[in-house]
Design a protein around this ligand. Structure first.
Ligand SMILES: Cc1cc2nc3c(=O)[nH]c(=O)nc-3n(C[C@H](O)[C@H](O)[C@H](O)COP(=O)(O)OP(=O)(O)OC[C@H]3O[C@@H](n4cnc5c(N)ncnc54)[C@H](O)[C@@H]3O)c2cc1C
Length: 413
């Protein structure tokens, strides 16, 4: 039986470990932190098959001037970061054309459909139904203008037969009476689910992996060397040998692969969350994207989580609470918030490759080394599907969906 090391126990690494142990490998998962406690901890909890429009799309170029000169709740950037990573930024922008948008949508739809199905099976076998609510994803538009801007995304959703319902003002008021304020339109994604606690989901999946015979080592990988057909893995505590290694270290993947000579075109779209109690009980199933406001919120009874948009800056830059504070101010007009439930906002970093597609597959320059990272805004959604296709590749089988768009070979690394 081949022994495989998965480096990084976020939702991507945990799902990958499960798929590989199901296929008969001896699997060790390595992370210095508790499983699911980093980027996968604080997200908005949406698992969807309908997040098809990548962020670097033609509309980004249209609004670029405004984004550069006027910081918005949905997007802020650090000038020094942009200058230091100018090549990354220009390449990222160069992908904002129609053909790539269409190509990415097709690839992501296949991955997300597979992923949602796989999550649904995992949710069942890990008895996680109590932390899931349905339908899980709603976009609300305050003005006819912002709804009009959404028409391009609607076209893409229709092309790929995504299931959604358009709600008018009255239907929104009727279905979501706890929301204050008027909304022009809403799009409710019927297939999507919301995870009430993303950490708990990671923990349930992780327990399932351990109960299936998996091993977890709480160590930090410091170096990887290929020696006599084995991977020598040097951690902060040990050295060990493995037949195969999967790197699933989310935003830290660029750093870890630098030693092996890979220049991964990855950066970070940082985001924050805060938690509040509410003045009254709020019963809303889906996570809600306030499109004009540029933030997402969700409620569990008398508790609300609000997540902010994108902050483009260094991975370890000090926290800047402006965006999350603006989001909270805007949310107060929709839901009467009470007390803060955490001392300071949580911060996470969405790992983003320049073409906004994850990197799933064989490392181009090494034997028995595999990548699964770069899942940007949708890594909770795509984690389970990426794990299925990567495990098929490791088995040397044809993948159930077309995995070429995610191949590391698409770049000269
Ligand atoms: C505010 C916000 C809201 C979001 N909302 C959603 C959403 O609603 N739906 C959705 O689908 N996605 C969402 N996302 C995106 C999603 O959270 C991420 O894409 C996903 O969590 C990435 O998972 P990961 O496993 O790749 O990374 P992580 O969860 O960061 O896991 C990587 C792991 O690697 C470990 N690691 C790093 N270096 C080493 C090393 N040297 N040795 C060993 N281990 C190491 C880290 O400790 C970490 O545990 C959101 C993200 C943010 C920030």
């Amino acid at each position: 039986m081949k022994n495989i090391l998965i480096i990084g126990a976020g939702i991507v690494g945990i799902c990958t470990s499960i798929e590989l142990i199901k296929k008969g490998y001896s699997v060790t998962l390595m992370d210095p932190n508790e499983p699911g406690s980093q980027t996968s901890y604080g997200n908005a909890g949406v698992i969807t098959d309908s997040s098809l429009m990548i962020i670097n799309n033609p509309l980004l170029l249209k609004s670029l001037f405004q984004l550069i000169f006027k910081n918005h709740t949905s997007f802020r950037y650090s000038k020094s970061f942009v200058f230091s990573r100018l090549i990354w930024v220009l390449h990222f922008l160069a992908f904002s054309h129609k053909n790539h948008m269409k190509f990415a949508a097709k690839a992501l739809r296949e991955l997300q459909v597979l992923s949602l199905n796989t999550h649904q099976k995992l949710i069942k076998i890990t008895n996680s139904n109590n932390i899931i609510s349905k339908p899980g994803w709603l976009k609300l538009f305050k003005t006819s203008e912002s709804y009009k801007n959404y028409s391009l995304e609607l076209k893409i959703l229709n092309k790929h037969k995504a299931k959604y319902t358009i709600l008018n003002t009255m239907q929104i008021e009727k279905q979501f009476p706890d929301l204050e304020g008027k909304f022009f339109k809403g799009i409710l994604f019927k297939n999507s689910v919301r995870v009430k606690s993303p950490l708990e989901l990671s923990q349930k999946y992780f327990d399932y992996f351990i109960n299936s015979g998996g091993k977890f080592v709480q160590e930090s990988c410091k170096d990887l060397r290929y020696v006599e057909n084995k991977w020598l893995v040097l951690s902060d505590k040990n050295k060990s040998y493995f037949d195969e290694v999967v790197v699933s270290t989310g935003p830290w993947s660029k750093k870890i692969l630098l030693n092996l000579g890979y220049n991964i075109p990855l950066a970070w779209e940082r985001g924050y969350h805060h938690h509040f109690s509410t003045k009254k009980k709020i019963s809303i199933n889906p996570a809600i994207h306030d499109v004009e406001g540029g933030f997402v919120y969700s409620s569990n009874g008398s508790e609300v989580r609000v997540t902010s948009g994108v902050e483009l800056t260094f991975l370890d830059a000090i926290e800047n609470e402006i965006q999350i504070n603006e989001s909270i101010q805007k949310l107060r007009k929709i839901i009467p918030l009470n007390k803060k439930l955490i001392d300071k906002p949580w911060l996470g970093s969405r790992p983003t490759i320049i073409d906004s597609l994850p990197m799933i597959g064989k490392a181009p320059k090494h034997k028995n080394l595999w990548f699964n990272f770069g899942h940007n805004h949708i890594g909770l959604s795509t984690s389970a599907g990426s794990a299925v296709i990567l495990s098929e590749m490791i088995q040397n089988k044809k993948t159930g969906i077309n995995a070429d768009p995610f191949s590391p070979k698409r770049f000269s690394l």
